[in-house]
Design a protein around this ligand. Structure first.
Ligand code: 3PG
Ligand code: MG
Length: 390
């Protein structure tokens, strides 16, 4: 896929574009890849730790069942390797779904069958057998060319569900008509995963804030010492090219919270910066950086955030992520937040309700911003009931 800046909503068949669903069997692909909790340890039964993604499917399920459709959902959970795996059984999800949407069925984990990831046409045929229509509401998986995402629209009249349409509208709107200044805040550990989206964001955003583990490869590219912080040698040249091209539009940490071994053993936490001593590892942005980043957020009219600023699961390294989360929640600009960790940080502060749009997709939201389109959306535009030329 090449970067297109077409409206990703254009040509996408919506629920209204399905024939009458009354009495019809509808297969809904949802993203119910939710965190689980094992109250009695790994041998006991699991419960759903966060049902955000299940609740997010309710507008579509209500629309369909309210019009008399017989609805069955297909979904994946975790990353089983194409075989049955007790840890990834759908039971806890099914239990929660039964409370929210009684009468709606849920198939076994799609990834128990190798045909799902392989996009095997025989698996697609079996999946759609007996169904009249297909609805994709699994935004978080639309960047995957898996059988349940790209297969059914070639066989059945199909539609994007309400959640999928809202996601595409919110993220597509960032690219098409952002109020300026437009700021992107990107963090997390894996720099190589995000280089493509960073380059593409720099075509659109006014400023790019880089924090988290990935910032150290950028700092190294600038010639700073980074001690034993996260580092990806293979990304240095690209980081340097991005910095050369973007100049002052990219904001990097100027101070860092590090952990080092104390002289008598044990651990010390201190603020250095931006150079990190050899015996230390940077695990959060420092307080001066948190202020600079928060001020940049406060200046922006549009904000996109993906990825934490540090290892925020550890309270000693949470301040940077929480400062950014608070700045985004209190901003008067329009904010879109994607990715499980960023959303978890907002949730921990009780601030998820204070951002403009919380995406259910991590990788999918980044790929939509990077490429302007996703395999799951392309497939829907080619469904038999989609407008010609879509
Ligand atoms: C997610 O949780 O990001 C989506 O459900 C996709 O899952 P995957 O990254 O295992 O494909
Ligand atoms: Mg993921």
């Amino acid at each position: 896929m090449t970067a297109s800046r077409v409206d990703p909503l254009a040509g996408l068949p919506l629920l209204e574009d399905l024939p009458d669903v009354d009495g019809r069997k509808v297969l809904v692909r949802a993203d119910f890849n939710v965190p689980l909790h094992w109250p009695d340890g790994p041998e006991g039964p699991a419960t759903v730790a966060d049902d955000f993604r299940i609740r997010a499917a309710m507008p579509t399920l209500d629309w369909l069942t309210g019009r008399g459709a017989d609805v069955t959902i297909c979904a994946h959970l975790g990353r089983p390797q194409g075989d049955h795996d007790r840890r990834y059984e759908m039971t806890p999800v099914r239990d929660r779904l039964a409370e929210l949407a009684p009468g709606v069925g849920l198939l076994d984990n799609l990834r128990f069958d190798p045909g799902e990831k392989a996009n095997d046409p025989v698996f697609v045929d079996r999946l759609v057998d007996g169904f009249d229509y297909y609805v994709n509401d699994a935004f978080g998986v639309c960047h995957r060319s898996h059988a349940s995402i790209v297969g059914p629209p070639a066989r059945l009249p199909s539609a994007a569900g309400r959640l999928l349409a809202r996601e595409v509208e919110a993220l597509g709107g960032l690219l098409a008509h952002p109020s300026r200044p437009f700021l992107a805040v990107v963090g997390g550990a894996k720099v190589t995963d995000k280089l493509g989206v960073l380059r593409s964001l720099l075509d659109t955003v006014d400023r790019l804030v880089v924090g988290g583990g990935m910032a150290f490869t950028f700092l190294a590219a600038q010639g700073h010492s980074i001690g034993s912080s996260l580092f990806d040698e293979s990304a240095v040249a690209t980081c340097r090219a991005i910095l050369d091209e973007a100049g002052e539009r990219v904001l990097l940490p100027t101070d860092v919270v590090v952990r080092r071994t104390a002289p008598g053993g044990g651990e010390e936490v201190e603020v250095v910066g931006p150079d990190v001593p050899d015996d230390a590892a940077g695990l959060d942005i420092g307080p001066a950086t948190a202020r600079t980043f928060s001020a940049a957020v406060a200046d922006a009219k549009t904000i996109f955030w993906n990825g934490p600023m540090g290892v925020f699961e550890d309270p000693r390294f949470a301040d940077g992520t929480f400062a950014v989360a608070r700045a985004i929640a209190t901003s008067s600009g329009f904010s879109v937040v994607g990715g499980g960790d960023s959303v978890a940080a907002l949730d921990e502060l009780g601030l998820a309700g204070r951002v403009g749009f919380v995406s259910t997709g991590g990788g999918a939201s980044l790929e939509l911003l990077e490429f302007g389109d996703l395999p799951g959306l392309v497939a829907l535009r080619h469904a038999p009931n989609a407008a010609p030329g879509g």
